[in-house]
Design a protein around this ligand. Structure first.
Ligand code: ATP
Length: 248
């Protein structure tokens, strides 16, 4: 049975500064209700792909010069980043990007600013975030800049949840975190996927962990998809084992 595709990239090309060709025809699909992983080494083009979807390349002097990006069948290339947010596509950027001078709770609340529903619904979602991240509840009055790397990553995901997302684009959630914390974060991603129905497209250099949680994976190399398949199958694939597992 065919699952419904939320996001489809068809042969997209991205050029930085008018000359540097970074994505050389990337195609991929993100099904509703799935966890999809975008894998590959440093500089393969994972971040560029995620930013292309949310239309965040302009400030980096990057441009999609070929191909199409569709969300729920609608071409989204001419939409603004906030239009994507309104459609339920929320980006969690690499490096976490919490507001350091705001408290954890204030950071979470910034995720709710585009919402049209009432304070009661927002409060309910705040409780939901705290139920997934009890640690954030404990630290809700702490200035984000003084919390740990893991807590800031949780805060960034929590803030995305406050926007009532349908799809979260999650860039390198494992970056800089101890293995046990990486596991903790991926377990929460899995729970959010299964219980809240959030779909994920996540970029990871940590191929082993990502493939253990992803239903489907795409491997990028120098701006091209060189392999794709179900998570479990890629994890067992000899080429993947040789070139990617244990890399990070
Ligand atoms: P990383 O995990 O290091 O972020 P990545 O797979 O996400 O790697 P990208 O950040 O998408 O890779 O970068 C892909 C290529 O594009 C790299 O060669 C990088 O140097 C180049 N690149 C990224 N941003 C820009 C920019 N603003 N201007 C020019 N080149 C850029």
């Amino acid at each position: 049975q065919q699952s419904e595709m939320l996001l489809t990239l068809n042969n997209i090309e991205v050029i930085y500064n008018h000359v540097i060709l970074v994505l050389k025809g990337v195609s991929l699909s993100v099904p509703k209700g799935g966890i999809t992983a975008l894998l590959g080494g440093n500089g393969a083009g994972k971040t560029t792909t995620l930013k292309a979807v949310s239309n965040l390349l302009r400030s980096e002097r990057g441009e999609v010069t070929k191909g199409t990006i569709e969300y729920r069948g609608e071409k989204v290339q001419s939409l603004s980043p906030s239009d994507l947010v309104k459609r339920g596509v929320i980006q969690v950027m690499e490096g976490r990007h919490c507001f350091e001078h705001l408290t954890i709770e204030e950071n979470l609340m910034t995720g709710a600013y585009t919402r049209r529903d009432g304070a009661a619904e927002v409060q309910k979602d705040l409780e939901l975030v705290y139920s997934y991240f009890p640690r954030l509840k404990e630290r809700r009055k702490s200035q984000a800049g003084y919390t740990s790397g893991g807590e800031q990553q949780m805060c960034a995901i929590g803030r995305a949840l406050m926007s009532s997302p349908e799809t979260i684009l999650l860039d390198e959630p494992s970056m800089g975190l101890a293995p046990q914390l990486v596991e903790e974060i991926f377990e929460i991603v899995k729970d959010l996927n299964e219980r809240e129905g959030v779909s994920f497209l996540l970029a990871e250099q940590n191929t082993t962990v990502a493939l253990r949680y992803a239903h489907y994976g795409y491997i990028l190399e120098s701006g091209r998809v060189v392999m794709d398949g179900e998570g479990a199958a890629l994890l067992e694939n000899e080429d993947v084992k040789e070139f990617y597992l244990g890399l990070s």
